[in-house]
Write a protein that binds this ligand. Structure first.
Ligand code: DAH
Length: 331
């Protein structure tokens, strides 16, 4: 029998086999010691050289195919694939849904709240010039934050931005008041421990208009803080110093555990520091091309990881970036 016909009949017979005994007989007929395919394989050496290679190749392909067919048929006949009983009462497998990273969730909550107050979201470069990152923000030539030990420099003049505040300048240069923007994004500092990572996220806010006051700032911040932490929380402003604002304040949120009475979590203070803010310094408005005699503004900057740590009671910031699903799944 030639190989082609052999292949057709053998496969056909295997597929039609209705019992394990019949299948065994068919296997023997083709692949046994004196089987038809075995005979062909054994007599390859008698063939003329030019036919030997081709026939050998086809015979081996058929052998593999046939063995595969026999194995499949065997499984079918022994009930491995046929008549499998499905227990419809067995509990199903839960489908796991993915979700946004907790840092993204907090950012989105703040941005949504900001939209209610008319703030739009803008972007700025993560690689900045020293001018935008420091000079234009009224930061002294000798300010410690400019140190190579604190800031990642790419060259003398280029650096990884240390805060989102330079976006204030870039936006003011391109846009006239009234201005109401949020600038979220990554910032970089040479710092690494349980509460500092070399990269973290900030949200910058800037509002410039005529007749803007510190109480506008406080009202805005209270709204944003309550959107993230809940309406029962209060804020307080403490005098502070930033080069780019005057007056400047550090802003605290009342402790969620003791409502301001003082407990272990807030180290007896009743308050937790969450952000920096103030009235935009006239030099900063000027650097943005805005006349400080006509306009005022307020600005604030907050660390998103810090907010997330306080909201969720996480004490090691690095956990947010380890990508351990057992941690991130909880949010
Ligand atoms: N840029 C400050 C920082 O990274 C945060 C900040 C404070 C931003 C006061 C502001 C501000 O816009 O007014 O620590």
């Amino acid at each position: 029998m030639d190989l082609k016909r052999l292949s057709e009949t053998a496969i056909d017979e295997v597929r039609k086999a209705s019992s394990a005994e019949e299948l065994f007989r068919i296997e023997k007929k083709y692949l046994g010691k004196k089987g038809e395919l075995t005979k062909i394989l054994r007599s390859l050496s008698d063939l003329p050289a030019e036919k030997r290679k081709e026939t050998g190749k086809n015979a081996n392909i058929l052998k593999n195919t046939l063995e595969g067919e026999i194995k499949a048929k065997n499984e079918e006949l022994s009930g491995k694939t046929k008549g499998v009983v499905i227990d419809v009462t067995a509990p199903g497998k839960r489908i796991e849904y993915g979700h946004l990273h907790p840092i993204t969730q907090i950012l989105n909550e703040l941005i949504e709240a900001g939209k209610m107050l008319g703030f739009s979201v803008v972007d700025g470069p993560e690689i900045e010039t020293a001018w935008y990152n420091f000079d234009a923000l009224n930061t002294d030539e000798n300010h410690p934050s400019r140190d190579h030990t604190d800031t990642f420099y790419i060259s003398n003049d280029l650096l990884l931005r240390t805060h989102t505040s330079p976006v204030q300048i870039r936006y003011m240069q391109e846009n006239k008041p009234p201005i109401r923007i949020f600038a979220p994004g990554r910032v970089y500092r040479r710092d690494s421990d349980a509460t500092h990572t070399p990269m973290f996220n900030q949200l910058e806010g800037l509002l410039v208009d005529e007749e803007v006051t510190m109480s506008d700032l406080k009202g805005t911040l209270l709204y944003l803080v309550q959107a993230v932490f809940g309406e029962e929380r209060e804020i307080r402003l403490r005098p502070h110093h930033f080069p780019f604002t005057e007056p400047s304040a550090e802003v605290d949120v009342s402790c969620g555990l003791c409502s301001g009475k003082g407990c272990k979590s807030c180290k007896g203070e009743g308050w937790l520091e969450i952000l920096g803010a103030g009235m935009v310094h006239p030099n900063v408005l000027r650097a943005g091309g805005i006349d400080p005699k006509k306009y005022q503004g307020f600005a604030f900057g907050m660390g998103i990881e810090r907010i997330a740590m306080l909201k969720y009671g996480v004490d090691d910031l690095r956990a947010f970036y380890d990508n351990d699903l057992r941690f991130t799944e909880q949010f």
